[in-house]
Design a protein around this ligand. Structure first.
Ligand code: ADP
Length: 399
């Protein structure tokens, strides 16, 4: 430890309270020659007054003094807010251990025995000034930390409130989408039935143009039904979610391939499928996920028959699934956009669809704790990739 006074505190101020002028003179001279400022008081009361008026950095307090004496002086100093934190070193001729203990109990930090050695006093003063400086620094740092903690806690509370509000408004929106889509289905079915009835009953009396108009109406109704169905599916990912359970992806894929068998046959698609793992998932949602990706791989084919590969690899704590096709591909600027609802890159007449399929995929994958993305080049096919956690997941359960 560096005990040079000057390097620690600029000109520390020491108050010597002692009724023996010889002691005071020697000590004061020594301290001044080592860069200290020195104040002197002849007795306890004067010492308290001086300490209150201009609080020193440290007090050297004689124990045996006429008047209130060193111990009583110390007790008073420790009871006053202006002086209570000033370190007090007792100067004593006492050799009784009980007195020394009493000195510590009263709040003294140290004592020196008379006749004292000026160098020893200096060393002790420096030690206690250093300790006090460190204590102050710790106190400041502590206060700073407390402030930082308070600021962070406040920010965390605000964040938690916001995310709660967000979750609530999300749930409300999902519920709204679900109810709206559900309620829209009924009037739409009515429009479709009556347009078809019109055609059946009055078909013979209508001209070609009227038939065309009816065709447009039926087509519009069908498109709207498809949209409502997809919207319902989208909102159900959150609102009607089942708890995650051990799900065999081999079985999931088998179901998907069966339900797509007509599209596979018509397009002449070749599908290669690796052995699939068992994951913690919602079987209906994983079926939906694979079905959307495979249906797209078939739908967005190029001139050749679709060649589709379904692969899976372990990656850290996840499985990384890939659905690779040899279709028309996607330009990089659309990679993020296609996962947003209603985002389509093609004319409906060429590639029919609602633009909700990939948004559903994203929502399903994220509910399972994974992520989904695409790698592609126009004309070079696309590979849709998604991850699912390998370890059992408890998050994302139906609420
Ligand atoms: P939809 O298939 O109903 O159009 P999706 O959300 O499934 O809606 O897909 C959004 C868009 O992403 C599609 O319109 C298409 O432009 C593009 N896309 C999706 N899958 C593929 C794919 N395998 N190859 C090329 N483009 C694709």
């Amino acid at each position: 430890m560096n005990t040079s006074a000057g390097s620690r505190v600029p000109s520390p101020n020491i108050l010597i309270v002692d009724d023996t002028p010889v002691n005071v003179a020697v000590l004061a001279e020594h301290l001044v020659s080592h860069g200290f400022s020195v104040m002197v008081a002849q007795d306890g009361e004067e010492g308290i007054e001086r300490a209150q008026f201009a609080p020193p950095d440290l007090i050297l307090l004689d124990v045996m003094m006429p008047g209130i004496g060193g111990f009583e002086t110390c007790r008073k100093l420790k009871s006053l807010s202006a002086t209570k934190d000033i370190p007090v070193i007792f100067m004593t001729a006492l050799s009784d251990i009980g007195d020394k203990i009493a000195a510590y109990k009263l709040g003294g930090v140290d004592y020196v025995t008379k006749p004292f050695h000026a160098e020893e006093v200096l060393a002790r003063i420096n030690t206690h000034l250093s300790l006090q400086a460190m204590q102050r620094q710790l106190l400041e740092q502590n206060q700073q930390l407390q402030q930082e903690i308070a600021v962070r806690q406040k920010a965390e509370t605000v964040l938690a409130q916001r995310s709660q509000e967000l979750a609530r408004s999300n749930a409300e929106l999902e519920q709204l989408a679900y109810v709206a889509s559900h309620d829209l289905q009924e009037p739409l079915r009515m429009v479709a039935s009556y347009v078809q009835l019109l055609e059946q009953r009055y078909g013979g009396k209508l001209d070609a143009e009227a038939h065309e108009f009816i065709g447009f109406s039926v087509d519009g109704v069908k498109r709207m039904q498809a949209l409502i169905d997809d919207l319902l599916t989208y909102s159900r990912v959150g609102t009607k979610a089942k708890p995650l359970q051990a799900t065999d992806c081999d079985a999931v894929l088998k179901t998907v391939l069966q339900s797509l068998c007509i599209a596979i046959e018509e397009s002449g698609a070749q599908i290669q499928c690796a052995a699939m793992p068992v994951v913690q998932g919602d079987p209906a949602q994983l079926t939906q996920l694979f079905q959307n990706l495979l249906a797209n791989a078939i739908k967005f084919r190029g001139a050749q028959a679709p060649q589709i590969e379904i692969r899976v690899e372990p990656e850290n704590d996840f499985w990384r699934f890939e659905v690779k096709d040899n279709g028309i591909g996607i330009a990089p600027e659309y990679f993020a956009r296609i996962f947003v609802m209603f985002q389509r890159l093609h004319n409906r007449s060429r590639y029919p669809g609602t633009g909700i399929g990939l948004a559903i995929c994203k929502k399903i994958v994220e509910r399972h704790g994974g992520r989904v993305w695409v790698e592609s080049e126009p004309g070079q096919g696309s590979t849709f990739k998604f991850t699912l956690p390998q370890a059992p997941q408890t998050t994302g359960e139906a609420s």
